[in-house]
Write a protein that binds this ligand. Structure first.
Ligand code: GDP
Length: 302
């Protein structure tokens, strides 16, 4: 077992980071990852030996397409700072997160890690996508030149407690949960962006946290590892589940809102060869997320 006092989890209060084991989970006001000296000193002062890098500037399809430059700059800067500080402080292992939405828009399905750099990402998020893709280059180059142990994982769409539930900026699940909550209060229909046909793979944040804990202890590879659940779900199904959970009557589809990629199923066979993991069923994870939302409405990010 790795001593948790040696583990820094960046983004440790967020959706994924809060589910990862580690004693050091500074918020952005305690550790500004845009500031190289801050992260460098933090690693040194706290004798950090392991880093799980979950922090990122993230957003849903609308936010991504409106802030391409900011997503590029902030993520590049943060990632470069974290990796370089890990190098200078002889961090034994770093786990960092990519995501399936940074793959080429024209890829062969299911997505495999070797297609990561083979074409342009979707136009709606290329700022974020290229910055995230550079994590893989950074990790590979530091492994090859300095022998650093950096493991990259590629999760599908993550959902769960402590997400950002902002109506405009969030991803689909937190966005629709918040909208369903408001629709319930106003006895109004639930408004869903697009036509409901896009498909996504969703992983519950606690599942991802457990898998990251396991990988930190047991896994090392130069190849990024896809960490995704087994099923693709349509946005319509997500909305129908929420309609039922909130006892709403009606869904309305807004065709003029951004839909992003149609689908991005991914190949999780390498993960399955490593561990026999039982994913939380989507209905259960969604219900738990809604319960968390209802209980924490006053304090959550929205
Ligand atoms: P993506 O997986 O990177 O495209 O990001 P999102 O989670 O933001 O969107 C996934 C899909 O859900 C897209 O097709 C959206 O059009 C659709 N969607 C439907 N309603 C909403 C909503 O209220 N918020 C968001 N973010 N997406 C929505």
């Amino acid at each position: 077992m790795i001593d948790p006092s040696k583990i820094l989890v960046t983004g440790g209060k967020g959706l994924v980071g809060s589910c990862v084991t580690g004693l050091h989970k500074p918020g952005s006001h305690e550790l500004n990852l845009m500031d190289f000296n801050a992260i460098n000193s933090y690693l040194k002062d706290n004798n950090i030996e392991y880093v799980v890098h979950c922090a990122a500037m993230v957003g849903g399809v609308k936010e991504n397409s409106e802030k391409l430059g900011e997503f590029f700059y902030n993520n590049m800067q943060m990632n470069l700072n974290v990796f370089e500080a890990c190098r200078l402080n002889n961090v034994k292992k770093t786990v960092s997160l990519l995501t399936t939405c940074i793959f080429p828009a024209q890829a062969n399905y299911p997505l495999t890690f070797d297609q990561l750099h083979t074409g342009e990402p979707h136009e709606s998020n290329y700022g974020y996508a290229y910055a995230k893709r550079m994590i893989e280059i950074n990790a590979r180059a530091y492994r090859d030149q300095y022998g650093m142990d950096i493991v990259n994982i590629i999760p599908c769409n993550v959902y769960g407690p402590r997400d950002n539930f902002n109506l405009q900026k969030s991803h689909v699940i937190p966005g629709l949960i918040h909208k369903a909550y408001i629709a319930k209060q106003n006895t109004a229909p639930l408004k869903v962006w697009g036509d409901g046909s896009p498909l996504r793979e969703f992983i519950y944040s606690e599942d991802l946290g457990k898998i990251i804990d396991w990988l930190l202890q047991n896994y090392s590879s130069r190849k990024p590892l896809i960490v995704s659940s087994d099923e693709e779900i349509t946005i319509r199904e997500v909305a129908e589940n929420l309609r039922d959970l909130f006892s709403l009557k009606e869904l309305v589809f807004e065709a003029d809102m951004p839909m992003g990629q149609h689908r991005k199923p991914s190949d999780n066979s390498a993960l399955k060869n490593l561990i026999d993991f039982k994913f939380t069923p989507f209905n259960k994870g969604l219900k738990e997320t809604v319960n968390w939302f209802n209980t924490n409405y006053e304090i959550l990010r929205k």
